[in-house]
Design a binder for this molecule. Sequence first.
Ligand SMILES: NC(=O)c1ccc[n+]([C@@H]2O[C@H](COP(=O)([O-])OP(=O)(O)OC[C@H]3O[C@@H](n4cnc5c(N)ncnc54)[C@H](OP(=O)(O)O)[C@@H]3O)[C@@H](O)[C@H]2O)c1
Length: 326
Amino acid sequence: MTEARVVRVTAFGGPEAMELVTERLASPGTGQVLLRQTAVGFNFIDIYQRRGVYPLPSPTGLGHEAVGVVEAVGPDVTEFRPGDRAAYINAGIGAYADRRIVAADRLVRVPDGLSDEAVAAVIFKGMTAQYLVRKTHRVAPGDLVLVHAAAGGVGLILSSWAKALGATVVGAVGSEGKRVAALAAGCDHVVVTADPEWPAAMLAATGRRKARVVYDSVGRDTFLKSLDCAAPFGLVVVYGAASGPAPAIDPELLNKKGCLFLTRPSVFPHNAETGILRENAAELFDAVARGWVKPTIGARFPLTAVADAHRAAEARATTGAIVLVP
Ligand SMILES: NC(=O)c1ccc[n+]([C@@H]2O[C@H](COP(=O)([O-])OP(=O)(O)OC[C@H]3O[C@@H](n4cnc5c(N)ncnc54)[C@H](OP(=O)(O)O)[C@@H]3O)[C@@H](O)[C@H]2O)c1
């Protein structure tokens, strides 16, 4: 029997709802490994789930991604051995822990040259950017792309990857202080959404050109204006709700705004099947090796201070990724 320190939520609510407890882990069963987790990625979805906005049965763990070292394998596991480094993004909720039993077919190998914290900074957010620039819309040279929360965890990666694929990138950030980070990630122009006239600022910056694709992860505060920033027949991708859910609209509005396409995708179905998960991870790590995507750690917190990590994210006080260190 192994012990694990695990974050549990029994009553959904504020950051104080998360409690670090000690639990006993059974030995890994058929198809499973025991992973000693060295770095855990924070993602904004963890906040929606802690608050109960995305409902979960309670009590629940939290967290979707971690990286670590395999300590033991189940009887039939042949593709991983004790000592191997591996990571996951989609192994069921409960990544906020120092040890965890994980299905081996959910694991991906990680490149030798990348530290565990760098992997935790890039894998979930980078796999999100991967499907957004390669599948939801295949970003091509000449595309004008608008990226919301461009200085955030996903935003920096999405901006730099779209830029590397030849797009002109407009980054939208919530405050002036985040401008430098968005520009450093490759944004050609940056608009600050604290100014309610930010769509006009975007058009002024682009010579009145609108976006072929808008990546909106902010939701309520930006969605309707995002529709105004999309070119005729353009695509609006609502993939998050950091400010609250985007308002419901009449489909007729898409016609009025220029026969727009609207989609609301998620990283999980894009990585449900093991072979595809590993192909997508390989594409991400290739983008990292080429320098198209850079792991950027904006803040580190020990797992014992997970509530502080959530408070920092809710306060919009960070740029890049937040990494939790068990
Ligand atoms: N659908 C998917 O597959 C998928 C996968 C991963 C992540 N996501 C979404 O992508 C977004 C980014 O995720 P992340 O983990 O990288 O987080 P993040 O971007 O580091 O943090 C969220 C950002 O949203 C912006 N924001 C706007 N209004 C906010 C508010 N009222 N409260 C807090 N933040 C607000 C802030 O940037 P500014 O201050 O610059 O506005 C903040 O930094 C989230 O919406 C997340 O849910 C979706």
